[in-house]
Write a protein that binds this ligand. Structure first.
Ligand code: ARG
Ligand code: ZN
Length: 467
């Protein structure tokens, strides 16, 4: 490999000398074509997302049979070029691709790890809107995370459980897998009659013929790819509405119906309560998918349809519902800021518990200090704004994050604190933000200098003693 690289470098150098590099720019200013970057520069997941294109919509169509674990899929994404492109990447870890077209034109492609490298011809100009259709078939993979948990396409005894945080969606759909590129989605899933395929958003249609049922789901507000799901199984479906009219679709594995009934029954109340604290529920529909996936062992805030791998209690249900505001609508810009998702959802869970007649937030805060009763405990040795990929779903983003919010509430008072929570949800609705922006907004809303406060809680190791 070395001689080839060296040769290319020499040729490039020579071309400068002899002025043979000319045609990079045409008179119209177009023609500076280059390859889109293979990642968006997230230090936790360097391959996640891609440069040079902004996906607007995904149309994900497939048939899947749990008995054979065989998927036959065609996904079309609509994107806009953000630079003149002679090549771009998508993230994809799914099964074998049989064809790929850009617009009407077949494009050549190759696969390199999670990168699907596409060479569009004709090339794409900045601002150009284009479609990419990828046809693929086979068994999508289970993906193992840095913390050893699994995600992606996880078979269950009657279907498949589909969580995608932080890097699972490329298991079953090609795309830009980073929260900074949100898009709308349509899912068309065909499964054996008797099974239910539950996707994000609203159910547009459900039609059975020849022993197979096709479910079409429409996710109409911008969504990060990691929040996409089409979870399939034998489900009891219930449809209701919140008091203010938001449709709620719940799909429950009948074996878990009794154990999860209490949490499911309170979904409308939770949405009403959180709406009163955080502002209007951000999406056109709500719901939950309660499935049996014992090897997963966690729940995920999939947009409009949080997914649970076992029967949830009230706390977990409240946590995933609260994520719809914080995490799903208001999203992080880089994974190291995961406390913006988990700290907020955990604090919302504390608020719900108190509202529901349980421990007060102060009691829960005091209890959470037990994760690090001793200031020397390892709990205090992880920096909340940089937990690393192994601990990003560990105690610190959740509990130190929630403790930070409770301490902030004490520091700026209830009026400013709850104004800030609403403001945060409103200002960054459907957007992406950062910890620095939260610090700035907290200072604006409260009129206080909070640099020292946030430094101690979020940017330093150690157990805060005074703040
Ligand atoms: N965001 C999810 C929750 O708090 C947890 C996701 C965990 N994912 C993982 N790969 N460990 O509810
Ligand atoms: Zn969470």
């Amino acid at each position: 490999k070395f001689p080839a690289l060296r040769g290319a470098a020499v040729v490039a150098g020579l071309s400068v000398l002899v002025g043979a590099q000319p045609a990079l720019a045409s008179p119209e200013g177009h023609g500076r074509y280059s390859a889109g970057a293979p990642g968006v520069g997230d230090s936790y997941f360097p391959d996640a997302g891609n440069g040079g294109l902004d996906v607007q919509h995904y149309d994900v169509g497939f048939s899947y049979d749990p008995a054979t674990r065989y998927m036959d899929a065609s996904t079309t994404l609509t994107a806009v070029a953000t630079q003149d492109l002679d090549q771009f990447d998508l993230d994809f870890r799914g099964p074998q691709i049989s064809s790929l077209t850009v617009g009407k034109h077949p494009a050549s492609f190759r696969r390199d790890g999670q990168e699907l490298v596409v060479t569009p011809r004709p090339k794409l100009k900045t601002g150009e809107r284009f479609t990419v259709t990828v046809k693929y078939a086979g068994t999508p993979p289970v993906i193992t995370d840095p913390d050893e948990s699994i995600e992606g396409w996880v078979p269950t005894d009657d279907g498949v459980f589909v969580p995608g945080e932080p890097q699972g969606s490329p298991a079953w759909l090609p795309g830009n897998d980073h929260p900074t590129d949100k898009a709308t989605f349509t899912f068309r899933a065909t499964v054996p009659e008797g099974l239910t395929a539950v996707g994000n958003g609203q159910l547009l249609s459900q039609k059975t013929s020849n022993g197979r049922t096709t479910f079409v789901w429409d996710s109409t507000e911008p969504m990060a790819t990691y929040l996409a799901t089409v979870t399939i199984g034998n489900f009891q479906v219930t449809q209701t509405r919140t008091p203010s009219g938001i449709p709620v679709y719940t799909a429950v594995d009948p074996r878990l119906a009794a154990q999860s009934a209490a949490a499911v029954a309170r979904i409308p109340d939770m949405i009403e309560y959180f709406s009163s604290l955080f502002g209007p529920y951000p999406f056109a529909s709500a719901g939950a998918i309660i499935d049996r996936a014992p090897n997963v062992g966690y729940a995920l805030e999939s947009q409009t349809k949080p997914i649970f791998s076992s029967a949830p209690g009230l706390g977990t249900m409240a946590h995933e519902i609260a994520h719809q505001w914080y995490g799903d609508s208001v999203s992080l810009s880089r994974w190291s800021d995961i406390w913006l998702n988990e700290g907020f959802a955990t604090y919302a869970q504390w608020l719900w518990t108190e509202h529901n007649g349980g421990a007060t937030t102060q009691q829960t805060f005091d209890g959470a200090s037990n994760y690090g009763r001793a200031a020397t405990s390892s709990f205090w040795q992880i920096v909340a704004t940089d937990p690393g990929t192994v601990d990003m779903f560990g105690n610190v983003p959740y509990n130190r994050g929630a403790m930070t919010l409770h301490a902030l509430r004490g520091k700026i008072g209830d009026a400013a604190f709850f104004r800030l929570l609403k403001d945060w949800a409103a200002t960054h609705k459907y957007g992406n933000t950062t910890t620095a922006e939260f610090v700035a907004q907290a200072q604006r809303v409260s009129g206080k200098d909070l640099k020292g406060f946030f430094d101690v809680w979020l940017y330093q190791k150690g157990k805060p003693t005074a703040w």
